[in-house]
Design a protein around this ligand. Structure first.
Ligand SMILES: CCCCCCCCCC(=O)SCCNC(=O)CCNC(=O)[C@H](O)C(C)(C)COP(=O)(O)OP(=O)(O)OC[C@H]1O[C@@H](n2cnc3c(N)ncnc32)[C@H](O)[C@@H]1OP(=O)(O)O
Length: 208
């Protein structure tokens, strides 16, 4: 199945739950995409002082405008735009899901300049973040009990390039009682770049 055939909304059921009608907000998604581009351009920029000051003024105006619309987690829309690549959030790199069958997922991701570690390599923490998010989604696939990351191990096999489309996969390798073991891999078109092993522990009633 392809994400292009309109089922991405199904793939991205965060926490395994369909969101209430009206959660999708194309204008908010556009805002999140703009913030992402801002993060990348800010990281890569070396503006003259006047432009830095002007940019700070503009962003401070936006911060003030949004200050009147702060909501609690249940009402948050960032990260809950399931029909959109990146889910309308600006933390985890935008992942485009290609296939998902409940236990395994294949997807594509490209790390923008915001995720630079040093010397041209993607920051290792961003790779862990990617795996935690995607493996966590597999562990929390629709119909499965809610779980949290207990342990995540990442092997960095090769330098991970910025601004390059990479393939990321994850699959449930085994389930032992409350423990769900999920494996992941990040590949370029030529190389295995990183691998991950995650342990997700299914939550007890008083841990939800
Ligand atoms: C919500 C889902 C959203 C979908 C996507 C999510 C993506 C992001 C996912 C996350 O990042 S979640 C946030 C980061 N993780 C946390 O905040 C979890 C913090 N830790 C905890 O809340 C508890 O430690 C945890 C619920 C994971 C486990 O505590 P419990 O007291 O319920 O478990 P317990 O200690 O009884 O252990 C249960 C089993 O897991 C094993 N275990 C627990 N932690 C382990 C560990 N760190 N390493 C290895 N094994 C571990 C433990 O040995 C035992 O194995 P056995 O059943 O075989 O005896």
């Amino acid at each position: 199945m392809s994400a292009a055939d309109g089922v991405r909304e199904h793939y991205n059921l965060w926490l395994g739950r369909r969101q209430p009608p009206g959660t999708e907000d194309p204008d908010f998604t556009r805002l999140a995409d703009a913030v992402r581009r801002l993060q990348d351009q800010f990281t890569a920029s070396r503006p003259p002082p006047a432009l830095a000051a002007h940019s700070a003024d503009t962003i401070e105006d936006l911060v003030a405008a949004l200050a009147g619309y702060q909501v609690g987690e249940p009402d948050q829309v960032a990260g809950r735009q399931f029909a959109a690549v990146g889910r309308g959030q600006t933390f985890v790199p935008p992942v485009e899901i290609d296939t998902f069958d409940g236990d395994s997922v294949t997807a594509r991701v490209s790390f923008g300049r915001f995720y630079l570690g040093s010397n041209g390599a993607v920051h290792g923490g961003a790779i862990s973040l990617l795996f935690d998010d995607l493996l966590g989604q597999v562990a929390n696939a629709p119909g499965k009990p809610r779980s949290r990351t207990a342990s995540l191990s990442v092997d960095y096999r090769r330098v991970i390039p910025l601004e390059t489309e990479l393939t990321v996969t994850a699959h449930t390798s085994r389930v032992e009682g409350r423990k769900v073991f999920v494996s992941g891999a990040l590949r370029s078109d030529r190389h295995l770049l990183a691998e991950a092993e995650g342990l997700f522990v299914r939550l007890l009633a008083d841990q939800q």
